[in-house]
Design a binder for this molecule. Structure first.
Ligand SMILES: [Zn+2]
Length: 436
């Protein structure tokens, strides 16, 4: 994926058909987000939505074009009197070539978040555009997450943030036939917000909020102060996922499961370091939300790459740029792991693929699957397994989950085979209720 190509403002054919066929779409002529331009796969691939994405931050998914437009409108200047052009703007909002740490990755957020935060109209717009972008990429069902408090900018209440985002999502869902639910994030650095997050998740559960998460600096901020909030979520039947084992240790994954009752783990790569925790995940069928490009850009997997067998290493090309991340062409022992997901796939762990922050990383979910297939050499069967893993690990209720899995089956299994099945099972073609 070439950065220059992906920064190109000229639009190409949309890969999907959902939007093209929707006559009610109010914005057919608007330019589409440039990070979608680098699709080089056939446009027919997304004719039927077939992907599930569980780990995607709404505030890491803003369109570059929207951020730029809003920044212009609000007179938000670039540092050092730099001219406000898209070209100058991009390095402040997304990873340009390689990035070597989570700290570097996170420097983008403080610049672009205030462009949208505290602005009801902007929040509704980015939520709406998020659904359209997921539709373009062939996503059937997605759970997007954000911190309501972070997006208030001290101008709105968290309720106003949630309601604005829900309006945008609902409008998008109606137009683009993607099912979207939301997860509210606690922030490691802000334990004083966590109980409020749980109460908000409870208040808005009939409006599509299905769970809570905790994001932020795992390394310097322990989980302890957040434990009461996660206990409360368990009591209220609010689903729980936890960012753990990304830049933190395997032990932080154990804490997420044992103290925070996590049903899913965000990233979790560090479990590869501790067989007992790896086994805990496997035995309990705990879902691991993996994000390939993000794990490389934040260097979350760097410490698992051995330094003493360089002759067997090859360089991974990311977005057309040769990364300093060394990958191994084959795996013989734990010492030679070049991505933990090889082990997850081999051992049948319940994991899936997501983008994390697609707008910051300049990727799409399609790109992540392609990356897994061509660079990491996962098999098509393993990738299909990922999609079904995601479907059975959503935070939907059991009935909705069944419908989602059936929709996937009818997408992945040839219709000639399924026809017989449909005749004996008339629930197969039902659609999920859209109740955001
Ligand atoms: Zn994340």
């Amino acid at each position: 994926m070439d950065k220059k190509e992906s920064n190109n403002q000229e639009d190409k054919q949309l890969p999907g058909t959902l939007i093209d066929t929707d006559e009610n779409c109010p914005t057919p002529d608007q330019p589409h987000p440039h990070h979608h331009h680098h699709h080089h796969r056939s446009s027919s691939i997304n004719a039927t939505p077939s992907l599930i994405e569980l780990h995607i931050h709404l505030d890491g998914s803003f369109r570059h074009s929207t951020l730029f437009e809003l920044a212009q409108k609000k007179g938000i200047q670039l540092p050092n009197g730099m001219e406000s052009t898209m070209e100058n703007f991009l390095p402040y909002i997304c990873i340009q070539s390689t990035c070597q740490s989570l700290a570097e990755f996170l420097t983008k957020f403080p610049f672009f978040t205030p462009i949208v935060a505290g602005d009801i109209e902007a929040l509704e717009r980015v939520a709406y555009e998020f659904v359209e972008d997921q539709a373009i990429q062939g996503v059937l069902y997605t759970e997007t997450r954000y911190s309501p408090q972070f997006l208030t900018d001290n101008k709105l209440t968290p309720e106003q943030v949630i309601e604005a985002i829900n309006r945008g999502l609902q409008r998008g869902m109606k137009e683009f036939s993607v099912d979207v639910r939301t997860i509210l994030c606690c922030i490691r650095q802000c334990p004083e917000w966590s109980m409020e997050v749980v109460n908000l998740a409870d208040k808005y559960r009939s409006a599509g909020v299905v769970g809570i998460d905790i994001a932020g600096d795992e390394h310097n901020y322990p989980i302890g102060p957040h434990v009461p909030a996660f206990k409360r979520a368990l009591e209220l039947g609010i689903h729980r996922t936890v960012h753990a084992g990304e830049t933190g240790s395997a032990e932080s994954v154990r804490e997420a499961i044992e103290l925070c009752h996590a049903e899913r783990i965000g990233h979790g790569y560090a479990i590869i370091d501790d067989p007992s925790i790896y086994d805990l995940i496997r035995r309990n069928d705990i879902h691991v939300e993996c994000c390939l490009t993000s794990s490389i850009q934040t260097n979350a997997i760097g410490k698992y790459i051995p330094k003493d067998s360089e002759t067997e290493e090859k360089h991974l090309v990311i977005h057309g740029h040769e990364s300093k991340t060394r990958l191994h062409s084959h795996i013989k022992s734990k010492k030679e792991i070049w991505h933990p997901i090889h082990h997850f796939a081999r051992d049948g762990l319940n994991f899936s693929l997501s983008c994390d922050d697609p707008s910051v990383s300049q990727i799409t979910i399609e790109h992540e699957y392609e990356h897994a297939l061509s660079d990491l050499k996962l098999t098509p069967a393993q990738l299909t397994q990922c999609v079904f893993n995601a479907a059975r690990s959503t935070f939907l209720n059991e009935d909705e989950k069944k419908i989602l899995v059936q929709r996937l089956i009818s997408t992945y299994i040839p219709s000639t085979i399924m026809e017989n099945h449909f005749q004996n099972n008339n629930t197969s073609k039902t659609t999920l209720s859209q109740h955001v």
